[in-house]
Design a protein. Structure first.
Lengths: 424, 424, 424, 424
């Protein structure tokens, strides 16, 4: 791995947590150059919902390349893009009665977020944006300004301009309605909270620690936005694309956001990002917002295939089924090891196991990797183990992965006990 | 094409200039669904330096996919990434004595630019960045703040914070040294120009109208940056990767920038972006700057193959040879039609034909497309026809493309003459 | 009054509420050109704590002018300034054990506030400032950014940069501790609240609606600032200088702020503003912050005389005595007219009578003026009648003023009743 | 002077250059506590155009105070204010055909500047403001953002937001028209210069080094503003009020600015500031911009008297007469001591003697003070001796002051020579 240490910037991160060289991958399994296999509970940070090297997708990619389909076309029309758009409309938008326009932004989540807040500010002629505690929306300047975590910021780079942070659902405990607080500040014209152009929110704060907004809270938030003429943007980059069992994570709540950002799994492993918005918000001038790679045709091909998972309810049902398994397993772990003081939360196929002891989650992730499982952390202090397997993982592999977690925690606690004894 | 009008945002642009659906492409030729062929003098805005569906690259992609190489891996290590990094070092950096670290940013040019200015501000602890008139660096908030063109901006979205624009080479005419002006403002502590953390500059302003900085000017700029302890960032996104005949566009001038942004052609058609910087500037904390798609393995595979073009001088020589052809042909056009009052400028395989008459360049592009050529415009008023063919275009196709331009201009002028006669 | 309408900007305000031309004034009484007298319950927005044309002050001014004492001296030393500084130290700072340095800023409150936040940011090297809901700190750009009321702002002029608003004491009702909320956000490094350089707070939000922070809350706030290394700035411009009975409004709570802004009554009617700060915070370079009128010697002369009020406890005791009178009288009004649904709050000689019915307070102020009393409103919706008489008002005048309020409200309610009857 | 060192902040400046305690002053002379007299060539930084303790003004002040005229009235109407407004209209505005509205801002220059740029941005709905190299407009946040000198700024306090600096007249030498540069940048929609709401400019940059804009340049600037629909604000705080011989410094050029800021000498030594603007720009809502001390009646009284100087041409003619004297004297000094390499510039009764040798001007000022003259420096490096006597100085005192300068320079040069000899 010398070349990485020699010339890749020290900013590199995951290569430190999972220090092997991966050579191939399939479904929910990755294999390193020595042939060792790892179960993947990380799924490329939510990008690989449809699994590694999905056969159907791979076949389509090979066929497309073999037929010399254009790879890169900016925002020209191609056969691949036409098929993708048609499929998106027929399978996703139309059945859900979502009258959305589709904008192809640069193929990263942060591009989509930047586009959303730019369009919102332009339309409303207001500069303020409301985001939430522990929000993560990306690291380019606009997205970073609405991201909570100080770790990514530097005073010299970014100032908190025209952004107001509100407490997320349950941030102030079960007894304080954070929506009431928001409404009071909006109603008071001397509160210091300027009427925002938009509110941007994740239904589940994945990076922020697997914090889950209730459907009730989302409906109230949507209601407040309506009352005060504020656009509601759902950032569905990490938990859209089926992670919660529905295609969009907000479906369960019944709200209809004004804008939706999509990236990660929408490209089925290839870079792609979309911004969806109500058609009356389509107030761009032609060419007013661009980006070289907004026409990544291989991603269109892959995504077209992936969208077939939404032709029926099979995937959706499978997610719900496996959700129950994960919950049961994690709760069993929390129960088995009460000394963890762990708490469990999750929805669909994203779960968090929060452990108050500082640094313990890092040990779990490390030990799991030694035991053959890739699993990552979340939360500002890495205090949460995040369970994020591909949606298409088979039950056996899922259970095996869960048992590695259980076993790894067991080992760590045992060693701790022995250390304590040894010290005495 | 109804689906595009129905659900794609009206922000779409090139699909309006080139209103056909492309189905396949090869080398410097694109084919639409009706089988009609077009010569490509646009090259995906400089992304397709190595041509469409380059055979060597395609074979490698198909092999990689067939072998189930991982597609998406964030910044974990993979065999494909290792090969790419090694090749980049051996073929590009090491032979040029460039002691650069490589950072994989989100795979779009603007991501790379955002990363550069963030790192520069962090290192120097200063917030100001100097950019130049007619600069184009991207459209996310940080990059947009250093982009000249007002068309992309909106007061509600972005304020000009901590950015100072200086006139580019020759902006004030041949007699005024814009470097002298810059030095005077830096020397005067009451000039209102705060000492910047960095200067960011394109050696050729491609979007800005094919404006070309002389080697002399670049050396003086580099010298000023040295004197005042300012980092020099070369944005080589559009004209790096061989466009000028050398791999980096600044090689001819002999300067060694502190940072270099690369994107577009570095991925050979697939999304990829890099930031290179002097190793002593590698002051990131692990994970401090991230981006989901910074591990686009298909792009590593494609780029690895493309970098073989730099094993010897063949491509470089070919660019110089074809550069002469293009220059000769464009100058012939300008000479043949003196009524255009056209001026010609270019370097390597990027050329601009500037025509003062407002709107005439648009007509040329449109007519060329009707005649089978894809060619785009540049400059704040679209007053420049931009010649940007794939570097690997064969001589015959190149000449055929040039003749379409000549013929299209001839037709337009002829029709204009007839219209004038008709009006009398 | 034609000249005012003819050439004074329509921004003029109080001249509309009190549309007469005042010719002379004394104590708590103003007289217009027609000889009509008005009791003054406004005291120049808290500037005239020592009354209009205080005899002792007037004599000193006349003597100073007659002796050709310099009027304007920037920050050179003068005899008048020496006397003022010595008196301030001997009578105010030294007896209270306040180890403060004195900075003479431009002679307006907002100048003092700007200086405070500039110094705080410079010292801490952080850009964020925390202010509170309903705060009013002035209208120059820096002060305006920390002022809650939207009425004074315009998107084109100011963006909310590096300012975070927290809820003031009791803003979320009696049950929610706003200090707990603040502490939680500070403790959570992903909350989006950047660690501020300073917190700025009014102990009583006079403009904001006579909102009163409890001593307990101020102590907790001071404690949080200590814990997180944040400077605490008390803006004592309107309620310092004895308004609450003590010289500084925070004395009762026992806290020792890091900085204190003083203006309004410190000049006893002439423009003067000071910034006080802990001597270890005196990190200015000579001349680094200036302002032409920071040496207003007539104000030094006036203030020197006024400070003699603090030689003993007489004024302090008188304020407490009259505070009880005001409270009793206002509460009697609220009780007599239950249909007002009024609430009463106050401390020292600042009181608010809040009446929910939109616009009714304006009617009260207008009617009071007709009946010979100058009284103003507060709160974002002008929903509070603000009682702010000179501290030196005599009991008889005070009671007469109170009875005008009572009578005016009675008249208005009576007329309302008759209108309702008439309408039937 | 111990009390100053003990409790005044180290930010104090002039008290260090002129370390005596002043007790009285009259005309152009100040007297310290020991009875020593100093000629005043500083005039309170241009505030004391009408001299210290002007007899007519003093008498009026004493009479006003004796009659118990109100001192402090916010923006209520008073007899004193009415007289002042009427006089300003009759004597200044009406005869010059200036259809200006008058806004009373907080009584400091920076308040007036802040108000001007706020109003300009509000009216035009644009955020950018253009200021010039070496501009000085004040030190509150808005004014500071358009002030060139870095000495007053700190990254933590202020970012350069929505401000563009252009080179002042002659900044790039005699051959480069800085207006042409400005026009080119405005015409080019990709220059990075956003169309500003306003241009703010001093006709003479007093603090900036006594840089003088030609009438021609001012006319061209006014013309460009007209062409591009930009408001032109003349900051006449230091050189208005007769300093150049006319009441407004821009009269000579014939332009009619859209806004004019006035402060310093308009109050004849007492704090007062005005903003004048074309009546169609009076788009404020009542009370939208305020400031406690905008009703400083003693200043109205003083200013009313001072404005009588403009009843005829006497003062104007006297300024021109004394201007010639000063010029002749300074030029004689420059000629007598060619080793200074000094250059002389000035207009009316403001002159600068620029001496390239770093630090020599400070020695001159210091030596002059020892010899009985108060004189200050200007320019970013204190490289200019600034001559700024009261306009009403009598010829004898003026000549005596000039001879002190000459003598002081002579002494310094002689000592230098001796030191050099001594060193050998």
């Amino acid at each position: 791995m010398r070349i990485f240490e020699q010339i890749e910037s020290r900013v590199r991160g995951y290569v430190r947590s999972f220090p092997v060289i991966f050579e191939s991958s399939e479904g929910a399994t990755m294999t390193d150059e020595s042939g060792r296999q790892y179960i993947d509970f990380f799924a490329g940070a939510g990008t690989l919902n449809y699994g590694h090297n999905n056969e159907r997708i791979n076949s389509a990619l090979i066929e497309y390349i073999s037929n010399k389909g254009p790879h890169h076309t900016l925002d020209m029309a191609t056969t691949a893009k036409k098929k993708f758009l048609t499929k998106l409309y027929d399978t996703i938008l139309q059945p859900r009665n979502l009258d959305y326009k589709v904008q192809f932004t640069g193929p990263t989540g942060t591009n989509s977020v930047e586009t959303a807040i730019k369009l919102a500010r332009m339309i409303k002629g207001r500069s303020n944006i409301v985001a939430f505690t522990n929000a993560f929306h990306g690291l380019t300047m606009g997205s970073l300004s609405i991201t909570g975590n100080n770790f990514y910021r530097d005073e010299a780079y970014i100032s908190r301009s025209n952004v107001s942070f509100m407490p997320y659902d349950s941030y102030l405990g079960a007894d304080v309605s954070t929506i009431d607080l928001f409404r009071k500040l909006l109603s008071d014209n001397s509160s210091g909270l300027d009427l925002p152009a938009a509110v941007i929110v994740e239904t589940i704060q994945a990076e922020g620690g697997v914090n889950i907004a209730s459907s009730e809270w989302l409906r109230e938030l949507s209601q407040v936005c309506n009352e005060f003429d504020i656009l509601l943007i759902i950032d569905d980059i990490q938990v859209g694309n089926g992670r919660t069992g529905d295609f969009f994570s907000f479906e369960e709540s019944g709200i209809k956001p004004d804008m939706v950002t999509l990236s990660k799994a929408i490209g089925a492993g290839l870079p792609l990002a979309l911004l969806l918005f109500r058609s009356d918000l389509d107030q761009w001038k032609p060419g007013e917002h661009t980006g070289t790679f907004r026409g990544n045709n291989l991603a269109f091909v892959a995504s077209y295939e992936a969208l077939h998972y939404w032709d029926d309810m099979d995937l959706s049902n499978a997610v719900k089924y496996k959700s129950d398994i994960i919950r049961k397993e994690i709760e069993a772990i929390a129960e088995k090891y009460p000394e963890l003081n762990a708490s469990v939360r999750g929805r669909g196929m994203i779960f968090g196991l929060e452990i108050p002891e500082m640094g313990f989650c890092s040990q779990i992730s490390e030990r799991c990797f030694e035991n053959g499982l890739i699993i990552e952390l979340a939360g500002a202090d890495d205090q949460v183990v995040k369970f994020l397997p591909p949606l298409v993982i088979d039950e056996e592999t899922l259970l095996k992965g869960m048992s590695i977690v259980e076993q790894s925690i067991g080992e760590l606690l045992e060693e701790k006990k022995q250390n304590l004894t040894g010290e005495m």
